[in-house]
Ligand binder design. Structure first.
Ligand SMILES: O=P(O)(O)OC[C@@H](O)[C@@H](O)c1c[nH]c2ccccc12
Length: 263
């Protein structure tokens, strides 16, 4: 089942005393054949799982880099069905987490979408505009099919809400590091360390920090307080520059962390 595949991937990383790195790319950006090459490359770099975005017309949580990637994906005629059909036709070891807003799921049909995710070998989902209060509309459909629903924690959330998010979390808990949209940054919220340390203490699943991660030093710093990171905008930018070495180095920095700490 998808959730178990994700849990096994994280258990492997932690057993190797490493930190997790989950890159994000937009499906269909440059066409799905290009997406396949990127997915295979990211897997070869040792990505713990890969977050695959489905383009949407109103990506409210996304900054300019991912908005532009979504527009390029639309220009290639990317649809939910084409992405799911592609994943089904290209099975792989690395767990795939679909990142999509709720509207494309609703338009596709929730049960049909959940069934198609299972057939496509999807491990889990991130639905950023589905708050805890509304998740029951689809959480049951995903749970009975063994698909992980990854919850997002906001740095501005009060502790009782963070506790509720952690208690429901599956696969990993996505700790958003800033107030605002996705996009490479040079700094994070002031009390990011305390926030990540608190979540790591209360969460039954690994906590990953995401939003703005763009340098190896970000990875090394943030993973002192949590189990890993998610990075999307920087990965997309580096692919656009064809700087695959920098992508490999960024992902590898999650593996060096524990070695650094051993010193
Ligand atoms: O791009 P960044 O700043 O590295 O942040 C990760 C982000 O790309 C990815 O997790 C994501 C893409 N779109 C989202 C929408 C909401 C939450 C998360 C996301």
């Amino acid at each position: 089942m998808g959730k178990q595949k994700l849990e096994a991937a994280f258990a492997d990383v932690l057993a190797r005393n490493e930190k997790a790195f989950v890159p994000y790319i937009m499906a269909g950006d440059g066409g799905l054949a290009e997406t396949e090459k990127k997915l295979r490359f990211l897997e070869s770099c040792g990505a713990t799982a890969i977050e695959l975005g489905i383009p949407f017309s109103d990506p409210v949580a996304d900054g300019p880099t991912i908005q532009a990637a979504g527009l390029r994906a639309f220009k290639q005629g990317t649809t939910v069905k084409k992405v799911l059909d592609h994943l089904k036709a290209h099975p792989r070891q690395v767990p795939i987490i679909l990142m999509t807003y709720f509207n494309p799921i609703f338009a596709f049909g929730m049960e049909k979408f959940a069934d198609s995710c299972v057939e496509a070998g999807v491990a889990g989902l991130i639905i950023p505009d589905l708050p805890l209060e509304e998740e029951e509309i689809i959480a049951g459909e995903l749970k009975k099919r063994g698909l992980a629903l990854i919850r997002l924690a906001a740095i501005t959330s009060p502790k009782d809400r963070l506790k509720e998010i952690a208690a429901r979390s599956e696969g990993f808990l996505y700790a958003v590091t800033v107030t605002g949209t996705t996009g490479s940054r040079t700094s994070f919220h002031d009390n990011i360390e305390a926030y990540l340390a608190y979540l790591s203490e209360i969460s039954p699943v690994p906590v990953l920090a995401g939003f703005g991660v763009s340098k190896p030093e970000h990875v090394r710093h943030l993973t002192n307080y949590c189990a890993g990171v998610v990075a999307g905008s920087k990965i997309i930018e580096l692919f656009r520059q064809d700087d695959t070495e920098a992508i490999r180095e960024l992902i590898a920095s999650a593996k060096q962390t524990m070695a650094d700490q051993k010193l």
